[in-house]
Design a protein around this ligand. Structure first.
Ligand code: SAH
Length: 536
């Protein structure tokens, strides 16, 4: 999770300093108050905006100033647009800005730590998972390894080190793709995985030879759509703490009587009047939108808390997203009669997971499968394709690890974290990490809807996944060979934290879900780590 302090664990010099839960996990939450009224070169980004002229509003960061001015011109923006800007804007997004010397997003000096940073065992087991899938699928040639959102590259480093010891598997790997929005993190990944920050220009973005498998390049790009899709290749896709960083739209089910009727719809280019007039009576999904706080309003923050630049309000008018996103699944429709229900939907996540499914199984229509009793209602796939992509034979796998809900729809889960503390997601845009719970069921629905030739396993708790992958045995072997007491302590605390099911551990909060090929008429094969709990 954005848990607290992996790098503490990996770099501490004395056992006594290794406090397993010294740093808060990312799912810690700041209570949101909804307003009652309504190789590349990295961009260098100043941490403070220019001093305001007299009478001008003071913003906490240059990005806040940009967003504030944009919203003043075009009207409130969706939570998704706000999140997107805060995380990946070229004007100083959380991931895309270049941290100043000594500053870091990850680790003790940074804002949060993640499982791969806590223990090498995590990435090693994921490497073994990939190998087990590759064996189970008949040792395919032309393998692509893809990771979305690799952070510092630590997970991929542990995965590739492990995989390179399985010679025939390593030989089958043709390319490694890292989908990363941050130029500065691309360089860090280059340093770790290729031994250089000097990345060369490539067709999809940047490249450098992999230090573990020299016959193959690591390729960087900013979006999964740039990763080539080939009928005969077998993609193995990893997404660790990626989906929680994907922008969410938030909707509240508002009784028609409580919101003044409006005949306009807000769009990014301004309000428009729908042809069919005001919307029908009854409950309606209204989008929660982001706008600047009133600089003259009385200060309601506690001492030491920053007054947020922005706040969230209920949009009075329908937005383009409120008109169609909540209609996408029966899961949302079931809440239509529940006053004030809140749902979070991440179309970008659904688009990514659909892309994973299509890479593995080919686009819908390749094989048809009757719906299973009790399976989720079909949703319309979000397609990123111009032409449906077909595969002669489904192959590959996607492994998604993150925190989120397994059977409910996330609500009120947008959170800000800074220096291991929960803060308002609306303060210091670009300096605060934003994330939201992952809706695993929505991901599963979307994958199944995108390709008839995949099945989804899980989500299972991370503790279950890692325990059945043999974390204890692997850790014991490493402990036996540990060269000193410090290494032993680090290993011991690290692996236990990954499967700890308590409130500060990562075993229960984090889930694992796998997308693998579905072969009609063949007995279901559960992937390693997913001993039960089959969906689809
Ligand atoms: N997987 C890593 C890092 C998780 S943080 C770990 O577990 O340690 C999220 C990662 O996703 C970062 O690398 C961030 O730069 C990247 N990211 C966030 N939004 C992205 C987007 N829209 N496209 C591509 N990468 C993105």
């Amino acid at each position: 999770m954005r848990a607290q302090s992996l790098s503490l664990l990996r770099t501490a010099t004395r056992c006594s300093r290794l406090r397993p839960h010294a740093i808060a996990a990312r799912p810690a939450q700041f209570t949101l108050r909804q307003s009652s009224t309504s190789a590349p070169s990295s961009p260098s980004t100043p941490a403070t905006p220019p001093a305001p002229k007299e009478g001008e509003r003071k913003w906490s960061t240059p990005l806040a100033q940009f967003l504030g001015q944009a919203i003043t011109t075009t009207g409130p923006i969706s939570v998704a647009a706000y999140m997107r800007q805060c995380l990946t804007s070229e004007l100083g997004g959380y991931y895309t800005r270049t941290p100043t010397a000594g500053e870091d997003q990850f680790g003790t000096k940074g804002d949060f730590v993640t499982s791969p940073e806590i223990s090498q065992v995590f990435g090693e087991l994921i490497g073994i998972w990939l190998y087990a899938e590759w064996l189970a699928q008949g040792r395919k040639e032309k393998v692509q390894i893809i990771e979305v959102g690799p952070g510092r590259g630590t997970l991929m480093d542990d995965v590739l080190r492990t995989v390179s010891s399985f010679k025939t598997f390593a030989k089958s790997i043709e390319a490694i793709y890292l989908v990363e929005a941050s130029p500065h993190l691309q360089k860090q990944q280059g340093k770790l995985l290729a031994g250089t920050e000097e990345l060369q220009k490539s067709e999809v973005g940047w490249k450098a030879p992999c230090k573990y498998i020299p016959t193959c390049n690591i390729q960087w790009c900013e979006d999964i759509r740039f990763v080539p899709k080939e009928e005969t290749s077998t993609p193995f896709i990893l997404a660790h703490e990626f989906f929680d960083a994907m922008p969410i739209h938030v909707f509240q089910n508002v009784p028609a009587s409580s919101i003044p009727k409006s005949s306009t719809i807000m769009t990014p280019t301004g309000p428009i009047t729908p042809k069919n007039g005001p919307t029908a009576p009854g409950n309606q999904w209204h989008e929660l939108v982001v706008s600047p706080t009133n600089p003259y309003a009385p200060i309601t923050t506690k001492p030491g808390e920053e007054k947020p630049d922005f706040e969230m309000t209920v949009s009075k008018s329908p937005t383009p997203h409120s008109l169609y996103l909540p209609k996408m699944s029966n899961r949302y429709k079931k809440l239509e009669k529940t006053n004030d229900a809140i749902i979070e939907i991440s179309p970008e996540s659904l688009s990514y997971v659909s892309d994973f499914a299509v890479r593995i199984g080919g686009a819908n229509g390749a094989a048809s499968r009757p719906p299973k009793p009790g399976s989720p209602a079909p949703v319309k796939p979000i397609s990123t394709e111009d032409e449906p992509f077909k595969k002669a034979q489904a192959s590959g796998a996607a492994l998604i690890l993150d925190y989120g809900t397994t059977d409910t729809i996330p609500a009120n889960t947008l959170r800000g974290i800074r220096s291991h503390k929960a803060v308002s997601p609306f303060e210091a845009p670009g300096l605060v990490d934003l994330s939201a719970d992952v809706d695993f069921l929505a991901l599963a629905e979307s994958a199944l809807a995108a390709s008839d030739s995949v099945e989804v396993h899980g989500p299972v708790d991370q503790s279950f996944f890692l325990a059945t992958m043999g974390i204890k045995e692997r850790a014991e072997r490493l402990l036996k060979n540990a060269k000193d007491e410090e290494t032993r302590c680090r290993l011991e605390i690290g692996w236990k934290r990954l499967i700890d099911r308590g409130p500060n551990g990562m075993g229960k909060l984090y889930k694992a879900m796998a997308i693998v090929p579905y072969v009609e008429g063949k007995k279901v094969r559960r992937p390693v780590g997913f001993g039960g709990d089959i969906m689809g």
